[in-house]
Ligand binder design. Structure first.
Ligand code: GLU
Length: 304
């Protein structure tokens, strides 16, 4: 029997000793105000046992982690039709890289880079009646928690500095791969990135990926096969141009965000979420990567 609480405690203690905690993202000005010393780890087993250490109850900006939840909703609406508008290949490039989009005729490499996520936002605003309200309600239902919300300051901060996202959206529009107006798609996208959640809420929200597409309320959102595909995309595309490194050192499907969060999971077993706002050069949480690498090494729990 593995003593998860003491393993998590050891990892936490070890990681907090790290001198170089990385750098807090500042290209979205509102994110730069976060304390670099924050660090939380939370694990939830598929049976519902929870373990939390440090700042696991403090909310942070989930940023790109939202892309997995948006994709899930788009797949539940459109099924395989999604793949006509966005590919499933790792990009090997930063999240906001644009040249490939032009070369590949407006079909983004995958739904977890910004261009792909914009196409997913477009699909969602075409299908939802009240897009922002319906999306946040979807996340509240997954977590059984109505306190989850957008952070309007972060969404605004991102809008006024979002030159590359505007460029990507305009390029997509020029290739007819956006059906709604650029402003509407970006407004939805900036809001989804601004959602604030804590580690324990994220572990709950991602339970459906460890549980064959069924959420905590036992509602089926996506099929087993769709769940497998989303997990495959997280493994191959979930960590910017460091997805190979994450698979190599950690060995779990997961998704990171520039707010410093990482959610990873082992199907049928557990969901683990870390938050430490200092990022490495590739944009992934420095302590989060370290802690997760230690976790799968010490427990020998990975998909490989
Ligand atoms: N909202 C961020 C952007 O589009 C997301 C970045 C991220 O977390 O990868 O720039």
């Amino acid at each position: 029997m593995i003593d998860l609480q003491s393993i998590l405690q050891d990892i936490y203690t070890e990681a907090t000793k790290t001198q170089d905690k990385g750098v807090v993202a500042s290209y979205i000005p509102e994110l730069a105000n976060v304390d670099i010393n924050k660090f939380g780890v939370h694990l939830r087993t598929c049976e519902g046992t929870e373990y939390g250490i440090g700042d696991y109850n403090e909310k942070f900006s989930i940023q790109s982690i939202s892309k997995v939840l948006a994709l899930t909703k788009a797949i539940s609406f459109k099924g395989n039709e999604v793949w006509a508008r966005v590919d499933v290949e790792p990009s090997g490039n930063p999240f906001n890289f644009l040249s490939l989009l032009e070369l590949e005729n407006g079909i983004p490499r995958n739904p977890l880079i910004n261009a792909g996520a914009l196409v997913i936002s477009d699909i969602l605003i075409s299908h939802f009646e009240n897009p922002k309200e319906d999306f946040i309600n979807f996340i509240r239902a997954l977590t059984l928690d109505d306190s989850i919300n957008y952070n309007e300051q972060v969404a605004h901060s991102e809008k006024i500095t979002g030159y590359r996202n505007y460029a990507a959206a305009n390029l997509l529009k020029s290739f007819n791969n956006l059906h709604n107006e650029v402003e509407d798609v970006l407004d939805f996208y900036f809001h989804q990135c601004s959602i604030e959640m804590n580690c324990s809420q994220l572990s709950k929200a991602f339970y459906l990926f460890a549980n064959k597409g069924k959420c905590l309320q036992n509602k089926t959102h996506i099929t087993e096969s769709q769940t497998k595909r989303i997990n495959a995309l997280m493994l191959t595309c979930g960590f910017y141009d460091e997805a190979g490194e994450f698979a190599f050192t950690v060995g779990l499907p997961g998704k990171s965000g520039v707010g410093g969060g990482i959610v990873a999971l082992l199907p049928n077993k557990f969901i683990i979420t870390t938050w430490s706002p200092g990022l490495n050069k590739k944009g992934n949480s420095k302590l989060g990567m370290l802690a997760l690498e230690q976790f799968t090494t010490k427990t020998e729990l990975s998909i490989f």
